[in-house]
Design a protein around this ligand. Sequence first.
Ligand code: SAM
Length: 196
Amino acid sequence: MSYQTHSFYNRFAVFYPLVDFFLRPQKARLFHEINRLPDGNLLDIGVGNGAQLHLYEKHHITGIDTSSGMLQIASQRNHNHILLMQMNGEALLFGDRQFDYVVLSHVIAVVDNPERLLEEAFRVLKPNGRLLILNHFTPDNWLKYVDRAFGIISKMVHFKSVFRMHEIPTINRFQLLKEVRFAPLSYFKLLVYQKK
Ligand SMILES: C[S@@+](CC[C@H](N)C(=O)[O-])C[C@H]1O[C@@H](n2cnc3c(N)ncnc32)[C@H](O)[C@@H]1O
């Protein structure tokens, strides 16, 4: 994790509710998926400012984030007493095979090394554990040029506008179970994988 990403999110924490407002419909779909899974141990990596904590209806949840600013706001909203910890998702301090579910909500294109993040998610998941990824993905149509044009600005706000899941080799260690698209021209998708 770079110091720049960490300090960006510390400063950005108070403004994040503005971004989160636009993400609500997708998150409703993500949590529909999460809350119908059998009870289990769930790790939310890059839990952010906790805007989604109230959407968890079940499971034993652990939320981690590198940003103390984001976690501070999250702890004020943590009415369901979710375990929140400051930790780098690219170097998790948990043992192998501890979690039934790992959630990456708008985080995989933010971390410095998405490959390392997926390796860690794979390591801490139990056999057949589920990985839920909600993110923007660069489409193969003309919209990819918009993503490319946005590349420089996106670096300034610490995310990768050009992002394709199949370019991260570790994803091949998971089996894709479900792909939810939000609209024909939407960049966003919810992907549900199972550890092979
Ligand atoms: C765009 S926000 C997403 C927050 C929340 N998951 C959501 O869906 O609203 C990305 C979050 O990932 C965190 N983050 C960035 N790099 C990280 C890393 N290596 N490990 C854990 N969290 C990280 C940031 O601090 C920030 O809170």
